[in-house]
Design a binder for this molecule. Structure first.
Ligand code: PLP
Length: 394
């Protein structure tokens, strides 16, 4: 690694490497004991009834939509301020996508706008089948309120918790418990809280959803005798019930995931310490931070700062470049999904979701990961203030 500071990065130690090497020397490189172990240990951590590991969160979101029978003619709603995967999963199933804008302070779905949009949709008989709720930067969205709307309007909730491993809604429930949703999906990509190289985790409390995703993960094949149409054949017998995929996680990846799983609390605690340090040291009134909901605990996959005074794209670009010149590899999370060419061709336009659009003009993700040292944090804070002053943004 060069001496720059990325916005996030993995932390791999000797014990992680040893676990992966063990698998390479074993009989099972895929679908071995590590996958099972990862699923059992993860569901224990978040207290869900079922858990499935897959090849990525993207695969997890796709399979989740399929398990809820999302198809052509249905609607999937999500927020514009997310990674494209939160919406793409609906397109994979042939569904139409629509968006609900974010709240300007929490950066998560705006519950009032959601209510209004559901009311309108009900009149037109266009209630979405699925709402993908994103926990932006690891900060839990208000799923308790959203669940009330789910009951009133009758839709399904998939939590896109790609950022939120180790986050909690309150003292009793962790993200992933699916207490107020149908399915939760996590990412194990290296920039996330813990990693398996590539990987995703799905949790649910529904046996039906679990069985369907388990089958879809491996070509739509069933082997469980109770689920087969013909029950009187031998061990060798299987049936393909659905058109599924190969979205399996290899045992090599799962071994790394297992080793990292033990470190979730430690990593998230460290990320919280860094976030609190930034908040303590950056008191400038024109720099805003994400507002967390009461009782929630964020995993702080990202630490976002917003320069309220940026009016002009040119200043944003200059600021971005200056940070990078100083080796601080800031990033934007996210360019609004509805403004991507692949979504504009479905009719979305600039100006449709103004809060997300405005957010993208002023926000930057600054470095946050467990191995950052105080000296490095002080350097990053110094540069934020220096550049803020340079562009008259403080
Ligand atoms: C909000 C969100 N959803 C989904 C994904 C997709 O995750 P993966 O790379 O594991 O497929 C990401 C990855 O960055 C993400 O940030």
């Amino acid at each position: 690694m060069d001496n720059s500071f990325p916005y996030s990065r993995q932390l791999i130690k000797r014990d992680d490497i040893n676990e992966v090497v063990k698998v390479l020397k074993s009989d099972y490189l895929t679908q071995g004991p590590n996958l099972k172990k990862l699923e059992v240990n993860f569901k224990k951590k978040v207290k869900s009834r079922y858990c499935l590991a897959v090849s990525s969160a993207t695969a997890g979101l796709h399979l989740s939509c399929l398990s809820l029978d999302l198809k052509k003619g249905d609607y999937l709603w999500t927020v514009p301020n997310s990674f494209v995967a939160s919406a793409n999963c609906g397109l994979y199933c042939g569904a139409k996508i629509d968006f609900v804008d974010i709240d300007e302070f929490t950066f998560n779905v705006d519950i009032n706008l959601l209510k209004k949009k559901l009311d309108k949709a009900k009149k037109k008989n266009k209630i979405p089948k699925v709402l993908v709720v994103v926990h932006m930067a690891g900060s839990p969205a208000d799923v308790i309120q959203i669940n009330k709307l789910r009951k009133k309007y009758n839709f399904k909730i998939i939590e896109d918790a790609s950022h939120a491993i180790g986050a909690s809604y309150n003292k009793s429930f962790k993200v992933g418990s699916c207490k107020w949703s149908d399915i939760t999906v996590f990412s194990l990509h290296p920039v996330k809280i813990i990693t398996s190289g590539e990987g995703g985790i799905i949790t649910t409390n529904s046996k039906e959803i679990f069985n369907k995703i388990k089958s879809l993960r491996t070509h739509g094949i069933l082997r469980d005798k109770n689920l087969l149409r013909k029950k009187n054949y031998g061990f060798w017998y299987y049936e393909q019930k659905y058109l599924g995929f190969n979205y399996r996680l290899s045992d090599i990846h799962a071994a790394l995931g297992n080793s990292q799983l033990k470190k979730i609390s430690k990593f998230v605690k460290k990320r919280n310490e860094i976030a609190n340090y930034y908040k303590k040291k950056i008191k400038e009134k024109n720099i805003l931070f994400q507002k967390l909901l009461k009782e929630t605990y964020s995993s702080y996959h990202l630490f976002i700062i917003q320069f309220k005074k940026i009016k002009d794209e040119k200043i944003y670009n200059k600021l971005f470049e200056d940070f990078r010149r100083k080796k601080i590899m800031v990033n934007l999370h996210y360019l609004p999904i509805h403004l991507q060419p692949n979504y504009m061709k479905h009719g979305f336009k600039k100006g449709q979701f103004k809060v997300s659009e405005n957010y993208a003009k002023k926000s930057l993700s600054i470095p946050i990961y467990p191995q950052l040292k105080k000296k490095e944090l002080n350097y990053i804070i110094k540069i934020i203030k220096l550049l803020g002053k340079k562009y008259d943004l403080l």
